[in-house]
Ligand binder design. Structure first.
Ligand code: CA
Length: 231
């Protein structure tokens, strides 16, 4: 945990230890970053307003490093404007909790993120989520038992989103990860493909069950994989 408010550190430490977690805490961004490099934990709880390097910057640095890129991050944020920044920024947090939070809720969120991490869908060839079946080996997709015809790009986009349930991706990020670096397309292209995907997989394209628009931020896959009961 990187957090400079002592009361919160104590609250989190007490509640997580009770649940069998080891908690190490650092009151400054610089110290926290050093420790993350020295000995990466299973997950980071990250405050935003810190005395030196702020939480956004820390998260950005983690995401830029091969070794720490997939380290789960949950932001602990004060009420108000920070929420917009978390959703709007290109920072790749796994979740966030608004202060004051209930320790039980935070423990539940941490467990949920760790569960998802333990079963990285990214490497899974077959994904089954709430009536949607994807097979990366054959690019076959069925929705509610019906086979759906997707282009290679549509399949890639859907597979990428479904591999990271609940995580919000900006259009830019999707262009990088799905279209690749050598692309001559604009963020609008993402919207067009999302619309086509929805027409093919959603029962009602205007009330999407799978791909949700997060206003001002991008898109996320909302249906939970089996066993994830944390929504
Ligand atoms: Ca703070």
């Amino acid at each position: 945990m990187i957090e400079d408010e002592k009361d919160i550190v104590e609250l989190v430490r007490y509640n997580f230890r009770k649940e069998g977690f080891d908690v190490a805490s650092f009151a400054s961004g610089r110290e926290g970053l050093e420790e993350l490099h020295r000995s990466p934990p299973d997950l980071v709880l990250l405050d935003i307003m810190l005395p030196d390097v702020d939480g956004f910057e820390i998260c950005k640095r983690l995401r830029a490093e091969e070794k720490l890129r997939s380290l789960p991050v949950i932001f602990l944020t004060a009420k108000g404007e920070e929420l917009d920044r978390i959703l709007g920024l290109e920072i790749g947090a796994d979740d966030y909790v608004v202060k004051p939070f209930s320790p039980r809720e935070l423990v539940a969120r941490v467990k949920a993120v760790l569960r998802r991490q333990a079963r990285p869908a990214e490497k899974r060839e077959v994904i089954d989520v709430q009536g949607l079946h994807l097979d990366a080996r054959t690019q076959e997709v069925t929705v509610r038992g019906e086979t759906i015809d997707l282009s290679t790009l549509e399949f890639k986009l859907l597979h990428f989103l479904a591999s990271h349930p609940r995580r919000i991706f900006s259009r830019e990020r999707l262009l990088d990860d799905v279209w690749g670096r050598d692309r001559f397309v604009t963020p609008r292209t993402v919207d067009v493909h999302i619309r086509r995907l929805r027409e093919k997989i959603e029962a009602q394209a205007d009330k999407p069950q799978y791909i949700q628009t997060v206003r001002g931020a991008g898109y996320r896959f909302t249906a939970e994989a089996e066993g994830d009961d944390d929504s």
